[in-house]
Design a protein around this ligand. Structure first.
Ligand SMILES: [Zn+2]
Length: 435
């Protein structure tokens, strides 16, 4: 924990105050996300926030905020930002400095729309997820129960949601969680629109929090409130007729929420790599789906210490063949950066170069299999420096530019990977799934 606090402090110090103020003005003081007509814009970070600003339209197709045709024709990356500044708890790893740290790094490396107006597009306006979106994955009782919990949070400032593991909530959590899910949905709209006019549409990246992949149909869990990636998968089916969705989850933890949401579903393939024995303890190799969905869930727990070599082999031997066989209409990615060797919450050995490889290979996979339609969703990643450098290098991969990982990765932190155990795990999963 001490190590983690040091990392957070280091992240804070490294951010220039000037660019932070500039960004704060753009993203919080004026809000970022669609504000319903006739409702006053609010400060998303304010403890006084009123829930009335959230738009609960039930119009599935609704999106007034697609990028221009020129942007869709030229863009290589399109990102949306929902930083959830009000959803914060002191000394908690899933804190509100995570997204600003990423934006600061992107700005310093001139990777934002401000510096690359043709290639990098920020989707500045988007609608929050509505009740229909949320209810496509979560049970109604959960959504209404959460509203009640938020009322309590408004009075007490901060609460832990009961029965949800370590998930905290503040008075703004509910709205900000709707924004996070909406940021992903809107990227699906944009990427699909671009794919209708070109073969290599921009890759979407939702820089959002709270993360989503632990949130189960019945409730929040493990820092996650709504299943952002699961909600986007259902939306892609419902709004765009993209029936077959392939979800890759390379967060260090098992994406149990996404796993559970689609466990019976043959049309949504869920593939998760995660550290064996890490939170929440699910995702065993023999959990492969159920009923019609049997075989459409692939869990690959990795021994502690697995790193770049392991995941490169897994990409070639498991991820790519699975996706090729499944023939997806869109690929969605639960992109967690907590498998990085410097991350304080787990013990894998991914590096910045690993994340560059994953971004580049998944982009290519989407181009080969589903018209380039691909959206990444930020999940974990708690060392602000390795998180932001790895996201920046993922952007570089999408732009087709060389990696700068050699500047950030220090081989002195790495130790020998458990190659024999990794090989065994790969062989076993290939056998179970007939790959
Ligand atoms: Zn994680």
């Amino acid at each position: 924990m001490m190590l983690h606090i040091i990392f957070i402090l280091a992240g804070y110090v490294s951010c220039s105050i000037r660019s932070r103020l500039c960004w704060l003005r753009k993203h919080y003081i004026f809000g970022n996300g669609y504000v319903e007509k006739n409702v006053k814009p609010i400060r998303v970070y304010s403890q006084q926030t009123k829930r009335s600003f959230v738009c609960c339209s039930s119009n599935t197709q609704f999106n007034h905020f697609l990028p221009s045709e020129t942007e869709l024709l030229n863009g290589k990356v399109i990102y949306s930002v929902a930083a959830a500044m009000g959803h914060n708890k002191e000394a908690h790893p899933e804190c509100n400095s995570r997204v600003p740290a990423i934006i600061d790094a992107l700005e310093k490396m001139k990777l934002t729309s401000e510096f690359r107006s043709m290639e990098v597009i920020e989707l500045e306006k988007f609608r929050p997820a509505n009740v229909e979106d949320i209810a496509s994955v979560h049970e109604g009782a959960y959504v209404s129960g959460l509203e009640k919990a938020m009322d309590q949070a408004s009075e007490q400032g901060l609460i832990l949601i009961e029965g949800s593991g370590p998930t905290y909530a503040t008075s703004t959590t509910y709205q900000e969680s709707l924004l996070a899910a909406g940021a992903g949905i809107s990227l699906v709209d944009a990427v699909v629109a671009a794919s209708k006019i070109r073969k290599d549409p921009p890759v979407g990246f939702a820089l959002v929090r709270p993360p989503g992949h632990h949130a189960v149909p019945t409730g929040p869990m493990g820092f996650c409130v709504f299943g952002n990636v699961a909600i986007a998968a259902r939306y892609a089916q419902r709004a765009h007729g993209l029936k077959r969705v392939f979800i890759i989850d390379f967060d260090v933890h098992h994406g149990n929420g996404t796993n559970d949401a689609f466990y019976d579903d043959p049309d949504i393939y869920f593939l998760s790599t995660h550290q064996d024995g890490s939170y929440p303890g699910t995702g065993r190799i023999n959990q492969i789906g159920r009923g019609d969905g049997e075989g459409a869930t692939l869990n690959l727990p990795l021994p502690g210490g697995s790193g770049d070599r392991a995941i490169r082999d897994i990409f070639d031997e498991v991820i790519a063949p699975c996706a090729q066989r499944f023939k997806p209409d869109i690929i969605l990615v639960s992109a967690g950066y907590d498998a990085h060797v410097l991350d304080p919450l787990a013990n894998l050995q991914f590096t910045t170069a690993t994340y560059y490889m994953l971004a580049s290979n998944i982009q290519q996979l989407a181009r080969d299999l589903c018209g380039g339609r691909c959206v990444f969703f930020l999940e974990g990643g708690y060392n602000l420096t390795s998180l932001s450098n790895s996201v920046a290098d993922s952007f570089r991969a999408f732009l087709g530019e060389p990696s700068l990982a050699a500047e950030f990765d220090n081989p002195a932190f790495l130790y020998e990977e458990p190659s024999r155990k990794v090989k065994e795990a790969i062989q076993r999963v290939k056998h179970i799934h007939s790959l």
